[in-house]
Design a protein. Structure first.
Length: 375
């Protein structure tokens, strides 16, 4: 699932040794191994529970099938008896029915009516009351569906507007690599449909990126009615900042990271090897980096939310700094291609953004405490 290399693990070990120290580094390794074992044990327990539930479902299905077969057999056996009882009832009613003098149809005392007794049909007032508690849930689901349709429509409109420029968009995205290719070398397409499908996929992703502000606005419009005024004052700036930071992360990857890693990759190979990168593989590579850096730049927002909600404090986050640094390098290993350069280029900004989040969290916490202090 994730591309993990030996040198990335080695870099994480070196960083952990530097930030923890020898003794604390060993304790951190033991703690990590303990949590890994606990996680594996939990996964095994969940898997066994799922298997047990599946086995119980099979047994329940077999019991239902057996009960259905038994019900059909009982009906088959009871059918002749029911028909015989109906015939006997008709004979008895024919024998006790008195002769009619004038052909009147009025019932007389002691006469058994041959009309079947119908079950009483309940009035509307006797019907079970409708469960009004389901109405708010249905209304929320209808609104959620409407918001999702609007988001999909925004993506579709953006895609239709951008698709005529699909080749130009791919040319722009591939420019950091094409500028560094040796003379006489170019990018290639190794699959038949790649010249069409690769720009098509990139245009769809760009349409989603372009529609992110409108998509988040739909999310905001859905959840805002259930929020307090104070929560709205905090949530809207954080939502807008998250969009800006995501775009900043993608821009950082394009203008800073791509030239560095492509310059390294194209220069360290053997001299008799010609670099000819496949356009589809290149797109997968850069999309992964765009997404990784966009998510990584959301760290200040996550830190501020944790501080404002009272889940933690800036002091507690500062004490966890060694763990955060190692975690940044682990995230860089998992979210980037298996090389030390891209891992470091993602981990270092993540660490700096974490520190920035602590600084802003302290400022906001200090402002809120001053606002709540008595005059």
């Amino acid at each position: 699932m994730f591309d993990i290399g030996f040198f990335e693990l080695l870099l994480i070990s070196i960083v952990g040794l530097l930030v923890f120290g020898p003794e604390q580094f060993l304790d951190a390794v033991r703690t990590t191994l303990h949590w890994i074992k606990k996680f594996r044990r939990s996964v095994d327990d969940v898997r066994l529970e799922v298997q047990r539930e599946l086995h119980n479902d099979e047994i329940l299905k077999q019991l239902k099938d057996s009960a259905s077969e038994l019900e059909h057999e009982i009906r088959d056996v009871a059918a002749p008896v029911t028909e015989k009882m109906a015939a006997i009832e008709q004979e008895v009613q024919a024998e006790i029915q008195p002769s009619s003098d004038s052909g009147t149809t009025a019932n007389k005392p002691g006469r058994i009516s041959s009309r079947p007794i119908l079950n009483k049909v309940p009035d509307a007032t006797e019907a079970e009351p409708h469960n009004d508690t389901m109405q708010p849930l249905v209304a929320h689901l209808v609104e959620l569906r409407d918001r999702l349709l609007r988001a999909v429509l925004a993506i579709l409109v953006a895609f239709i507007c951008l698709f005529p420029f699909a080749n130009e968009i791919y040319t722009f995205v591939s420019q950091p690599l094409r500028e560094l290719l040796p003379e006489g070398s170019s990018m290639i397409a190794t699959e038949v449909a790649s010249p069409f499908l690769t720009p098509f996929k990139l245009t769809l992703v760009v349409a989603v990126f372009a529609a992110i502000p409108y998509i988040l606005f739909q999310v905001w419009a859905f959840v805002a009615p259930g929020m307090y005024r104070k929560e709205k004052r905090l949530a809207f700036p954080l939502l807008a900042s998250s969009v800006v930071l995501f775009y900043a992360g993608a821009a950082f990857a394009y203008f800073v990271v791509f030239p560095l890693i492509f310059a390294f990759f194209t220069s360290v190979g053997p001299s008799d090897i010609t670099v000819m990168t496949d356009i589809n593989r290149y797109l997968d590579f850069v999309l992964k980096l765009f997404f990784a850096f966009g998510i990584a730049f959301e760290i200040p927002i996550a830190a501020i939310i944790l501080i404002l909600t009272g889940a933690t404090t800036p002091e507690k986050l500062a004490k966890k700094r060694p763990w955060i640094i190692v975690g940044c390098f682990i995230a860089g290993m998992l979210l980037t291609p298996p090389d030390v350069i891209s891992q470091s280029l993602l981990a270092l900004p993540m660490w700096l953004l974490f520190e920035l989040g602590i600084i802003f969290g302290r400022l906001l916490q200090r402002r809120s405490s001053q606002a709540g202090a008595p005059p």
